[in-house]
Write a protein that binds this ligand. Structure first.
Ligand code: ACO
Length: 426
C-alpha cells in the first residue's frame, strides 16, 4: 500500500488547494480530507457513509461490483472449501493462516476459555422465558465486562489477545445457553473433544439423557455458515464496534454494541426476516403479489434477502451457502413448503426487470435462513448464529484499531435546526 502524491483539487470561493489521494492494495482510491475543516472550514457530507472510508484496514477486502470477498487476501470460496472456522478465526485475528503449532495453541486457548463463569449463568434467570435470544446475548456479552474489567489493560498486547480469544471462545456457549434457556432445556457445557462448530451444535441440541452424535453434514454446514459470516469489512456492526472502541471502552462492552447493531432487519436480522416473509407469502400462488408489492414505491415492503449495500453483483457468500443448503436439504430429505416458495421466489425475482435493473440479487441471508431452518434452528436463533460468527470479525477489527492511534471517533453534522433565538418572555 502506498500513499500517493496524486492530489484532488478543491476550489472554494476563497481559494484553491489540493488534497492528497491515498491508494490501498486494491479497490478505489480515497481523497484524504482530514485537513478539509482545518484549512477550509468545510465538512464532508456523507450520511450513510456511501463514499467514506472510515479507516485503513488490512483484514477483509470486498469488491461489490465483481462479487469478490477476501479474508486477508484469500477468496471466501476457497476458505469455505479448504479451511475450518477456527483456522479462519486465527487468520482474521492474526493475519496469517496458522501452522500446526499455532493452531494447537490457539485451539487450546479457545477450549480453555469456552466455559462460562457459573455466575454468568445466573443472569439468564433474570430474562423472561420468551425473551428474544439476541436480547439475552447483547445483555450477557455486555455483562462479561463486569467480570474482566479491573484486571484488564487494553494497552498490553498479551491481555488484548486474551480478551479477543475469550470472546471467540465464550460466544458459542453464551448463544447456546440463550437457546436452551428459552426452550427450558438444561444448559450444556462445552465439549473440548469436538471442533468449534460441532461443539456449538451439541450445546444447542444435546440433551443429558441422550448421547450427542454430531452429524458430519450438519456440522460442516454450520462450520461454513460461521466462515461465511466471520467478517465483512466496515459494515454497520463492525463500524459500531470500532466507534465504541475508539473511546478505549471495555472490549466486551464494545462487542455488545456490535451485537445490538447486528440485530436490525437491514443487517443481521435479515435472515430471520426472510423466513417471516416466506411464512407470510404462505403459498407459491401468492408470490407474484409479494413481488409486485416489493416493486410498489407507495409502500416500504421489500423482498427480504434481496439486495446489498455493497454487492451489486451476486454475493459470493450466497453461492457457497446455496450449495450448502442444497446438500443439507438432500441429506435431511426435507420437503418444506416454505423452501419451495423460496426457490420459486428466487426464480421469479431474478427474471424481473425491476430486480435486474437495480442489481438486486439474493444475498447470503436469503439462503442462510432456509439452511438454518432445515438444520432445526428456530427463526429467532438465526441472527444469534450470525453474531457467533461475526464476533471473530469484531475482535479482529478491535485488535487492529488499537494500532491506529487517531483517538476517539467523532463524526460532525450539518446542523439544520433553529438558529440562535431569544427565549420567549413568561
Ligand atoms: N426489495 C425491493 N426493492 C429493493 C430491495 C428489496 N429487497 N432492496 C433495494 N430495493 C430498491 C430500493 O427501493 C431502491 O429503488 P429505487 O432506486 O427505485 O428507489 C433501489 O433498490 C436501491 O435501494 P437502496 O435502499 O438504495 O439500496 P441499498 O444498497 O442502500 O440497500 C439493503 C441495501 C438495505 C440491503 C436493501 O437492499 C434491503 O433493504 N434489502 C432487504 C434486507 C436485507 O436482505 N438485508 C440483508 C443485507 S445483507 C447482510 O446484512 C449480511
Amino acid at each position: 500500500m502506498s500513499d500517493s502524491f496524486v492530489t484532488a483539487k478543491i476550489t472554494t470561493s476563497e481559494e484553491e488547494s489540493s488534497l492528497p489521494i491515498l491508494e490501498g492494495t486494491m479497490g478505489p482510491k480515497a481523497v484524504d480530507i482530514q485537513t478539509l475543516y482545518g484549512r477550509h472550514g468545510l465538512l464532508a457530507f456523507d450520511p450513510g457513509f456511501r463514499s467514506t472510508a472510515s479507516c485503513k484496514s488490512a483484514i477483509t477486502y470486498v469488491d461489490g461490483d465483481k462479487g469478490v470477498l477476501l479474508y486477508r487476501g484469500y477468496p471466501i470460496e476457497e476458505l469455505a472449501e479448504k479451511s475450518n472456522f477456527i483456522e479462519v478465526a486465527y487468520l482474521l485475528m492474526f493475519g496469517q493462516l496458522p501452522d500446526q503449532k499455532q493452531i494447537q495453541e490457539f485451539t487450546g486457548n479457545v477450549h480453555h476459555f469456552s466455559v462460562l463463569h457459573e455466575q454468568v449463568l445466573s443472569f439468564y434467570q433474570g430474562f423472561r422465558r420468551d425473551a428474544h435470544p439476541m436480547a439475552i446475548i447483547v445483555g450477557t456479552v455486555g455483562a462479561l465486562s463486569a467480570f474482566y474489567h479491573d484486571h484488564m489493560d487494553i494497552n498490553d498486547p498479551v491481555q488484548r489477545t486474551m480478551a479477543a480469544t475469550r470472546l471467540v471462545a465464550k460466544i458459542p456457549t453464551i448463544a447456546a445457553a440463550a437457546y436452551t434457556y428459552s426452550v427450558g432445556h438444561p444448559h450444556r457445557y462445552p465439549d473440548n473433544a469436538l471442533d468449534y462448530a460441532s461443539n456449538f451444535m451439541q450445546m444447542v441440541f444435546g440433551m443429558p439423557n441422550k448421547e450427542f452424535v454430531p452429524d458430519p453434514v450438519l456440522c460442516r454446514a454450520m462450520d461454513r455458515i460461521l466462515i461465511l459470516h466471520a467478517d465483512h469489512e466496515q459494515n454497520a456492526s463492525t463500524s459500531t464496534v470500532r466507534l465504541a472502541a475508539s473511546s478505549g471502552a471495555n472490549p466486551f462492552a464494545c462487542i455488545a454494541s456490535g451485537i445490538a447493531s447486528l440485530w436490525g432487519p437491514a443487517h443481521g436480522g435479515a435472515n430471520e426476516a426472510v423466513l417471516m416473509m416466506l411464512e407470510e407469502i404462505g403459498d407459491v400462488k401468492n408470490i407474484p403479489k409479494a413481488v409486485n408489492r416489493a416493486k410498489d414505491k407507495s409502500n416500504d415492503y421489500r423482498l427480504m434477502g434481496f439486495g446489498h449495500r455493497v454487492y451489486k453483483n451476486f454475493d459470493p457468500r450466497a453461492r457457497v451457502i446455496q450449495k450448502s443448503a442444497r446438500e443439507v436439504l438432500e441429506h435431511m430429505g426435507i420437503n418444506d413448503p416454505l423452501l419451495e416458495i423460496a426457490v420459486r421466489l428466487e426464480e421469479i425475482a431474478l427474471k424481473d426487470e425491476y430486480f435486474i435493473e437495480r442489481k438486486l440479487y439474493p444475498n447470503v441471508d436469503f439462503y442462510s435462513g432456509i439452511l438454518l431452518r432445515a438444520m432445526g434452528f428456530p427463526n429467532n436463533m438465526f441472527t444469534v448464529i450470525f453474531a457467533v460468527a461475526r464476533t471473530v470479525g469484531w475482535v479482529s477489527h478491535w485488535l487492529e484499531l488499537q494500532h491506529e492511534g487517531h483517538g476517539i471517533d467523532r463524526p460532525r453534522q450539518l446542523y439544520v435546526g433553529e438558529a440562535r433565538r431569544p427565549y420567549p418572555h413568561k
